[in-house]
Design a protein around this ligand. Structure first.
Ligand code: URA
Length: 213
């Protein structure tokens, strides 16, 4: 894609098809690292003003083929309630489009995507962002925060400092507003974050309400 070239619906569909082909070729190598056969792509209205970016689908998302369903989906719905907008008003995607896993004889567990996996996923994430041209990007957790800053060619700030604040990010000459958030599951593992996450959600609410009008 050339710089400044508009990214149409076809370009996004084409990019998803290409990613599916890439992932299927990884699956052919029979590596135990990820569930490449069932990628989960972004979903939402092309006219959405908010784009929400998570890390990677989990087991339930991979089974059902949609981002943020099951437990993570319930946490996300609660977050949207706090923002005062409907989930349907956002385009929801993940940095990595397949479930990265660690397999043992007894179980298959999620794992954080490795830097090389994130790097390989960046071209598609860039196309999604340019295609949607959202008024507001929300990242959930560290992986998408790092990915969006990487697309802007910038060193990412740590989430503990960056969360709940507006950042201007320039990707391919287009300026986007980003508010990094903790992943909704973070409060389960670290109770001290719950209040901070509430404040961040209230701040997002104050930013998104005028966008609805
Ligand atoms: N967590 C994520 O970051 N993405 C999902 O789709 C589900 C859980």
């Amino acid at each position: 894609m050339m710089q400044g070239e508009p990214v149409g619906k076809c370009a996004l569909e084409e990019a998803y098809t290409q990613e599916r082909t890439r992932l299927f070729s990884l699956a052919a190598c029979d590596t135990p690292q990820g569930e490449y056969h069932n990628p989960v792509f972004g979903e939402g209205k092309p006219s959405a003003t908010i784009m929400l970016i998570g890390e990677a689908p989990g087991a339930e998302e991979t089974k059902l083929g949609h981002p943020f369903v099951g437990k993570a989906g319930k946490q996300l719905d609660a977050l949207f309630c706090k923002f005062g907008v409907m989930r349907e008003d956002a385009f929801i995607t993940n940095v990595v489009k397949y479930r990265p896993v660690v397999r043992s004889e007894k179980s298959t567990r999620n794992r954080t995507p490795q830097p090389a996996e994130v790097k390989a996923s960046l071209p598609l994430l860039k196309i999604e962002i340019l295609h949607l041209s959202p008024k507001l990007i929300l990242t959930l957790g560290n992986t998408p925060l790092k990915a969006v800053f990487a697309l802007a060619g910038q060193k990412p700030p740590v989430i503990g400092v960056a969360h709940g604040k507006q950042h201007s990010i320039v990707i391919e000459g287009e300026t986007f507003t980003l508010i990094p958030l903790y992943h909704p599951a973070s409060g389960i593992y670290n109770r001290t974050l719950v209040e901070v996450m509430e404040q961040d959600a209230a701040f997002v609410g104050s930013v998104v309400q005028p966008l609805k009008a």
